[in-house]
Design a protein around this ligand. Structure first.
Ligand code: ADP
Ligand code: ADP
Length: 221
């Protein structure tokens, strides 16, 4: 589960994004994250990915209290999380294959498994023919698919996705949702930020709405 107890989230320059928020997300949930542009959705996802600490309050991620946690605990915890960044953040000096394989290698997975799992997801994403090239020559849609593959390759227990469908066509969006639903069926908690209301209508799920520095929850519409 994920739990926030009295969490506030600020940037040092006085930008305040969350104010004293309590929230509980049970393990295995799938929810949309919505709210106006600039309200703090990306920063909230980065906080759940342990890149940014709450300014005040207690944050529990995958049943682990993070506030007083040791660095080694946070590193292990982070390996159980997958993230699709809005701007992809592919690593420029790694090939497509090595970008996707990264989370497995960070877990010291044996190389046979790395090859098998990475090749399987490359095939599923239709990216086999691009596996040896570097991210900068890929189209936006291809980069987004690499970012998605990298976020799910290690079967995370928590998947954070920031507008992961922006650069995809309708068919690819359907496949992405199938992939996310499969992962969710395996018990993965998924939080997916989007501006796309028709996507939410097409794939109903509870909603977390970030507005006025609060996170409001509502049932599937
Ligand atoms: P959203 O994803 O909802 O569009 P963001 O989390 O990207 O919102 O940004 C929320 C606010 O925080 C914006 O006003 C943005 O300008 C500000 N912000 C984002 N990153 C930083 C940063 N590194 N330092 C200071 N302010 C930031
Ligand atoms: P450190 O622990 O030294 O801070 P990390 O292991 O967090 O480094 O990450 C090293 C690099 O790999 C970073 O650029 C990070 O963004 C990227 N990275 C790590 N894990 C993932 C992941 N699961 N998905 C995407 N990128 C990741």
């Amino acid at each position: 589960m994920i739990q926030l107890d009295g969490v506030s989230l600020n940037y040092k320059n006085d930008v305040s994004l969350l104010d004293n928020v309590d929230l509980y997300i049970p393990q295995g949930s799938f929810c949309w994250l919505t709210g106006p542009s600039g309200v703090g959705k990306s920063t909230f996802l980065r906080m759940l990915h342990l890149e940014k600490q709450p300014s005040t309050g207690l944050l529990t991620v995958l049943d682990t209290p993070t506030n007083q946690a040791r660095r080694s605990t946070l590193c292990r915890l982070k390996q159980r999380i997958g993230i699709v960044y809005q701007d992809f953040k592919l690593i420029p000096n790694l090939t497509v294959f090595d970008n996707i394989a990264l989370p497995l290698r960070l877990q010291n997975t044996d190389e046979d498994t790395v090859q098998r799992w990475t090749n399987r997801i490359l095939g599923w994403m239709g990216l086999e023919h691009k596996q040896h090239i570097y991210p900068k020559t890929l189209s936006g849609g291809e980069q987004q698919r690499v970012a998605i593959a990298r976020a799910v390759i290690h079967r995370p227990d928590l998947l954070l996705a920031d507008e992961p469908t922006n650069a995809l066509d309708e068919h690819q969006v359907k496949r992405l949702m199938d992939l996310f639903y499969d992962l969710n069926d395996l018990g993965c908690t998924i939080i997916m930020a989007t501006h796309n209301d028709s996507l939410i209508r097409q794939f109903p799920a509870p909603r977390l709405k970030l507005e006025n520095r609060q996170l409001w929850t509502s049932d599937a519409v």
